[in-house]
Design a binder for this molecule. Structure first.
Ligand code: HC0
Ligand code: SF4
Length: 574
């Protein structure tokens, strides 16, 4: 421990702490802007570029950034002198002097770190006026919009993209006053190797990086009497959407969410979880097939669209290892516009399939050419959890006081196995629950594979399946995925199957979720909620889903059979 004094209070804190962390232990919150620190996920941005967190350290002539200055024995710090306050204010005023004055119409209005900092520092006028950056927004991609004029060079997005995701898309472009963060040479995002994981969006303090907005198109579809509008909700949405309405992180809001969607006017409210169970029937079949017929191993899960883009760009020599299964989102759209449309006698051309997803990349996935080449696109519009919350507020729907209700029948049933898709490790745990019974012909009693759970970046588990020691690998965040991929490329991988999710914690930490503002406890609480939902279910294995079984019986035939291949599987391209 190190003894020091902050604002006249003597404290002892662990050696190696920063002044920022030390101050926090005695209830002093030093404002920050560029700082980002989710230690357990190794998400750390410590460039100390914004200088908002400066403090006075006795004996040092210049102010020190609290986020990157380590405590020392006997250090005496003041966080509240006139000089400190004045400097912080000046730093923020300078940022604002080159920032568009458009808070009213900004997508981050009331959710912007710069805006709240200006409020917190009591800024009432900006001394400096003059020229501002004046770039066009980059609207080239189907998922992410970049507005360089709102970039404050905090570099958080760069840390996420280059260090956590190892995608290397983002860096400083231009110099001085005109500088912003973007793809090298300022090429359009769509022409870069961006995976659309959205982790840059998730940490951007302003609206320099945001998702492509689909809310207007969804309202238009809902108001079009000629359209039949169907909605599906991803597993991770129900454990996070409540946060947008003041619920505690980790609250489960499934029933209210369903009622809210019905009140918005959707003709049918369905569950992506139904399609996740369907995915498991296909993916577990594929895994068993590959194991029993000496197919390519390990098999990699293919439901995370950012992960799919990542291996297409970065590992084009390994395109035969991922499962050929479409993601649950896309399987849902396919089945809605075929089986469901036929059953109801609806012209699929008049059907609009909307998804509510924790994910930004799902917008780009829905627009992939090979997934839309059928006569009708499978999924037409994708809302993030945040966009969904905004639409409810727009519609004046009092989420907290809504009664609960159930999903519609035919594509609304789900098992516990599909719910855990929403967190890292869940997809492969669900696949093992089914593959175990198919391979051994025995009932699996304990369905909880705890070794596959947690928030560690890379995890391993071995499951005894009859005579087979089934070896499972799990990674979340693309930097961790890269390590497992490099092992495969080098012929060193021992796994039969590997699950990969691009975002920290899996979908629960997705780029479209309510901002977690760097608080890892929020992601952990969402994860606990996912496992609680699983435990609440009587049926916890995908092959017990009656509606999925009926779909095979009435329409698809055998899992992994010809029609299933035709409708539910895809291919990858470098
Ligand atoms: Fe996910 Fe999914 S689990 S990617 O993370 O597989 O977005 O929540 O909807 O499609 O089910 C996201 C979450 C999904 C899909 C499912 C998968
Ligand atoms: Fe990088 Fe992901 Fe952002 Fe693309 S979406 S720029 S890959 S962090």
């Amino acid at each position: 421990l190190v003894n020091m004094v902050i604002n006249d209070q003597a404290i002892s804190v662990p050696a190696g702490s920063t002044i920022l962390e030390a101050a926090k232990t005695i209830g002093i919150s030093i404002p920050t802007l560029c700082h980002l620190d989710l230690k357990e996920f190794k998400m750390v941005n410590k460039v100390a570029s914004c200088r908002v967190c400066v403090v006075e350290v006795q004996g040092r002539p210049s102010l020190a950034p609290a986020c990157s200055t380590r405590v020392m024995e006997g250090m005496v710090v003041r966080t509240d002198t006139a000089r400190v306050i004045q400097t912080r204010r000046m730093v923020v005023e300078l940022l604002l002097s080159n920032h568009p004055n458009e808070c009213f119409t900004c997508p981050k209005n009331l959710d912007c770190d710069l805006q709240s900092l200006a409020q917190r520092l009591g800024i009432r006028e900006i001394e400096w006026t003059g020229a501002k950056m004046n770039y066009e927004s980059d609207i080239s991609s189907k998922a992410i919009v970049k507005n360089p004029n709102k970039c404050i060079m905090c570099r958080r997005c760069e840390t996420m993209c280059n260090e956590v995701q190892t995608c290397g898309i983002l860096s400083a472009v231009g110099r001085g006053f005109d500088a912003f963060v973007g793809p090298a040479f300022n090429i359009p995002i769509a022409e870069s190797s961006c995976t659309y994981c959205g982790q840059c969006v998730a940490v951007c303090p302003t609206a320099a990086l945001t998702e492509v907005n689909h809310t207007g198109k969804v309202w238009a579809a809902l108001n079009d009497p000629d359209k039949y509008v169907v909605v599906q909700t991803a597993p991770a949405v129900r454990v996070a959407v409540g946060e947008l309405f003041g619920m505690e992180p980790g609250s489960i809001a499934t029933g209210k969410m369903v009622t809210a969607l019905r009140r918005m006017g959707f003709n049918a409210v369905f569950d992506t979880d139904f399609a996740a169970d369907l995915t498991i029937l296909e993916e577990a079949s594929e895994l068993v097939h590959r194991i029993q017929h000496h197919g390519r191993l390990p098999m990699l899960t293919s439901c995370c669209p950012a992960w799919v883009k990542f291996f297409e760009h970065q590992f084009p020599d390994l395109l035969d290892i991922p499962s050929s299964c479409k993601s649950p989102q896309i399987m849902f759209g396919t089945i809605a516009k075929t089986y469901y449309a036929e059953k109801l006698g609806i012209d699929p051309a008049k059907m609009v399939v909307v998804s509510v997803m924790p994910c930004v990349a799902k917008k780009a996935e829905a627009a992939r050419p090979e997934l839309t080449k059928e006569e009708h696109s499978n999924v037409d519009l994708v809302l993030t959890t945040r966009e969904f919350g905004l639409m409810l507020k727009e519609a004046g729907i009092d989420f907290m006081n809504l009664p609960e209700s159930d999903f519609d029948k035919m594509m609304g049933e789900s098992t516990g196995a599909s719910i855990i898709f929403g967190t890292t490790g869940g997809v492969i745990e669900a696949a093992v629950r089914t593959a175990y019974e198919w391979i051994t012909g025995e009932e699996l009693e304990n369905v909880e594979f705890t070794a596959m759970r947690g928030v560690q970046g890379i995890r391993e588990a071995t499951v005894k399946v009859g005579d087979l020691e089934l070896k499972i690998g799990i990674a979340h965040e693309l930097g961790n995925a890269r390590k497992l991929l490099e092992d495969i490329r080098a012929g060193k991988s021992q796994f039969h199957a590997i699950e990969i999710m691009a975002c920290p914690g899996g979908c629960i930490g997705g780029g479209g979720q309510p901002y977690h503002h760097g608080d890892i406890e929020i992601i952990k609480k969402r994860q606990e909620a996912i496992y609680a939902e699983d435990r609440n279910k009587v049926k916890r294995k995908s092959h017990q889903n009656e509606e999925v079984l009926r779909l095979y019986k009435e329409y698809l035939g055998e899992p992994y059979g010809e029609k299933a291949h035709d409708l539910l599987h895809t291919y990858y391209e470098a």
